[in-house]
Each structure stands twice: as C-alpha cells, then as structure tokens.
Ligand binder design. Structure first.
Ligand code: HSE
Length: 432
C-alpha cells in the first residue's frame, strides 16, 4: 500500500459534510485498505468558522474555499455546498488545479452539467456525483457503468422523500395536503420553505440528471416538464383508491417509441397498487429502470439525510482515489446520441379527469363527443349524482393512452361546455 496519503478538501460541512468527515476519520483504515493508500482530510471550507465541529481538527477549517481548491496539492475536492455559485467556479477551479471532484450538487449538474464535464475532461480528471440523485441509492453508477452496454428506455422514480412522505400521509390517513405538509414539517421531513420539494424543482433536477445519463444525451432542468403536488386533494387520493391506485410524485424519463427523442417530466400521477413503486412509503425513494436487455430493475432506499448521502459521497471518493492511483479516470460525459427533448404535448399516457357536470339527459353524450373529437379514447366513466340536490353530478373519466396535447385540447373544450360546471382535477395514470 502507498503510504503517502491522498489529500481531500471538503467544501461544506453541514449535515452531509460533517458526516463525510466523520466516516473518513472513523473508517480511515478500511478506506485506506480499499483504496490502496490512506486518505487525509487536508482542509474544510465553511461559512461559519466559529461553529464547533466535533472530530474535525480546527486547524483544517477555513472560510477561503477558493484558496483551498487552488492549493495545488489536493487530490480530491468533495463539494457539498449546493447551489450554482460559488460551487460551479470552485469545481472548475479544482479541475484546473489538478483535483478530481465528488459532488452532491443536483441543482448545478442539472443546470450546467456540461460545463463541469468539459472542465473535468479538459484536465483529465474525474467528476463523480452519486449523491446528487436519491441519496444513498446506487443509481448513477449503475446507469453510467453497469448498464453501459444496454439500452435504457424508461426511468420512473420517486426521487423526493418529502413529497412521498406527504402523499403517503394523505393516502394512509385521508388528510388533506396542508395537514400532511404540517406533519412533514413538524417531523423534520419538510424544510421551513418547502417550495423546492412540493413544487417539484428538486425532483425535476434529478430527472434531468437521470435522463441525460440514461439516454446518453444532454437534458437540462429547463427541459423537464414540472408540476408539484400542491393541487393534489384528498378527493384525488380517494378517487385513486377506488381505481386500485395510489398517488405518487413521479419523475419519468422516456425514450420516444420511434427512438428519435426523449422526454423528462415530474408530476403527481396515479399508479396501480400492484406496481412496485406504490409500496414505497414514508420518505423513501425508489427508481424503476426499464432496459432493453436487462428488463425491469428497481433501486430502493433512503434518498436524503446526512448519513445516507455521505455513504454515496464516500463510495465516490473511494472510486476516484482508486482511479488516481491507477492514473486513470472513470466515465466522463456520454451525450453522443444528441437526442432532442420533446415537449410535454408529445408525451403519451393515460388520464383520470374529474368533472362537475349538470345532471341531466345528454350530458354524458356531450362530454364523450368532446373526447372523441380530440382523438382521446375513453376507457371508463363513473358518474355519481350529488346528494345536495343542486342538479350536479361528478363524472370521472379515465382515458386510454393519448398525447398530452390532445388531452389539453379536450379539457379546454370541456371547460367551454355550459353543462360542465368545473374540471375538478386532471391526473395522469402511469405504471400500467
Ligand atoms: N429534499 C429532498 C427530498 C432531499 O425530500 O428528498 C434532497 O434532494
């Protein structure tokens, strides 16, 4: 074993960074044996230097992250700061100054992964980011390496724990969205400002990363269609149950049937209880991958939190250190297919539409005609008269597969009918 240690700079020492530092210390001899050389924490860049950080030598703490990555003797920079800047400048600077990089930064990879990959390639260094998607779950490496010989056609996943916790609560207790969010906040699953999670931004960044890797093309955050779960009601969950389904916030990345384009989207969807993703409870994540030769694969586990995310970071650290000792690099960007990302209107799926309609003769026929005129075929219709005697009924229509643009046209036309008093909800049905 080499005795000269590989030097590691840690950028960020919050929930994940402090756990990375702890594991590097407590598992030092195992890590050294697995790598073939010891790894040494050479510096830790933080914003608040006065904070007590148990187990970390105060002499390693600095507020000057820029100087740390430019030292010239750093082998690996671990970036767990998050956000676009200064993370992007620090990572590119790390490559320029001879380091490889392990990052957990989903926002940056989804926004501008191409710049990071290009800098890594230019300087012959590694960029690893297992922790950026679904915490501890090995997913990036299986897609980048284990499935590199296969053709992935679809990635369907629950990649946000906060929203899965909220939907699971709504499903198990009948609670409304606000009540379930309050519980998630009280238990520490949701942040004080839950926007990134509940509006689907976090999941959309992960979908962009997964789609790019799965289909060997470039997919950016802006390419991902996004709907959050704030409009999901207790009635939607109850309706899903009547259909033998549950509601999940899904990230769905698909190769088009003709193979000439891809789509990436995040939105709430009904999935059958028989689908493996339906049984993913609480704040767990799971990703279902469909590949041509491998068939269906499912990856499951904790998608967030200090220790699970640190596990993914440490796995990358070991891989990157091994590569350095072997004077090689792991996989770089693979975007050779250059498949364009199609708009949401091109996505083909099934829909569950809930309408409030006048309860009188001919209304069902009128509604059915609108669906037919837009080429959307109806699978089932369920009508329920209201008890309040106001002459209204609830109509739930489930369609066969149809393009999203056709469904949007249908709904627009339905809203114009005098007999349709309101479109209570529209939800896609997936996983069948
Ligand atoms: N906030 C995310 C979640 C974890 O709830 O899953 C970090 O991506």
């Amino acid at each position: 074993m080499r005795t000269r240690p590989l030097k590691v700079a840690l950028l960020g020492c919050g929930v994940v960074g402090s756990e990375v530092a702890r594991i590097m210390t407590t598992h030092a001899s195992d890590l050294a044996a697995r790598i073939g050389a010891p790894v040494e924490l050479a510096g830790v860049a933080v914003r608040r230097p006065s904070k007590v950080r148990e187990g970390i030598d105060p002499a390693l703490i600095t507020t000057d992250a820029t100087a740390l990555v430019k030292r010239g003797d750093i082998d690996v920079v671990i970036e767990v700061i998050g956000g676009i800047e200064p993370a992007r400048t620090l990572i590119t600077s790390a490559f320029e100054h001879g380091a490889s990089v392990v990052s957990a930064n989903k926002a940056l990879l989804a926004e501008d992964g191409a710049t990071l990959y290009a800098a890594a390639e230019e300087h012959g260094k590694d960029l690893y980011f297992e922790a950026a998607v679904a915490g501890a779950i090995p997913l990036i490496r299986p897609l980048r390496e284990s499935l590199a010989g296969d053709k992935v056609n679809r990635v369907l996943g629950i990649v946000n724990g906060t929203t899965n916790f909220i939907l699971d609560k709504m499903d198990s207790s009948g609670a409304g969205y606000s009540e379930a969010l309050d519980e998630a906040t009280a238990l520490g699953y949701a942040e004080a400002d839950p926007t990134a999670d509940v509006e689907g931004f976090d999941a959309a960044a992960k979908a962009a990363i997964l789609a790019g890797i799965a289909f060997h093309t470039r997919v950016r955050l802006d390419d991902v269609y996004r709907e959050g779960l704030t409009d999901v009601s207790a009635a939607d969950i109850a309706s899903a149950k009547r259909m033998g389904c549950t509601v999940k916030l899904l990230a769905i990345c698909e190769r088009a049937a003709d193979g000439k384009s891809v789509t990436a989207r995040v939105h709430p969807a009904m999935i059958p209880l028989s689908h493996p993703l339906a049984s993913v409870r609480e704040a767990y994540n799971a990703v279902f991958v469909e590949a041509e030769a491998a068939g269906q694969l499912m990856f499951y586990g904790p998608g967030a939190g200090g220790s699970p995310t640190a596990s993914a970071v440490l796995g990358d650290l070991v891989a990157v250190c091994r590569n350095r000792l072997a004077e090689s690099t792991g996989p770089g960007e693979s975007a050779y297919t250059q498949l364009p990302v199609s708009p949401m209107g091109d996505v083909v799926t099934r829909y569950h539409i809930s309408l409030d309609v006048a309860d009188k003769p001919g209304v069902l026929a009128q509604v059915a005609t609108v669906f037919a005129e837009h080429g959307v075929s109806i699978d089932t219709v369920r009508q329920q008269g209201r008890q309040d005697g106001n002459g209204e009924a609830s109509l739930v229509v489930v369609t066969h597969r149809a393009p999203d643009a056709a469904l949007s046209g249908t709904v627009e036309a339905l809203r114009k009918l005098d007999t349709v008093r309101g479109v209570a909800s529209i939800m896609r049905v997936e996983g069948e």
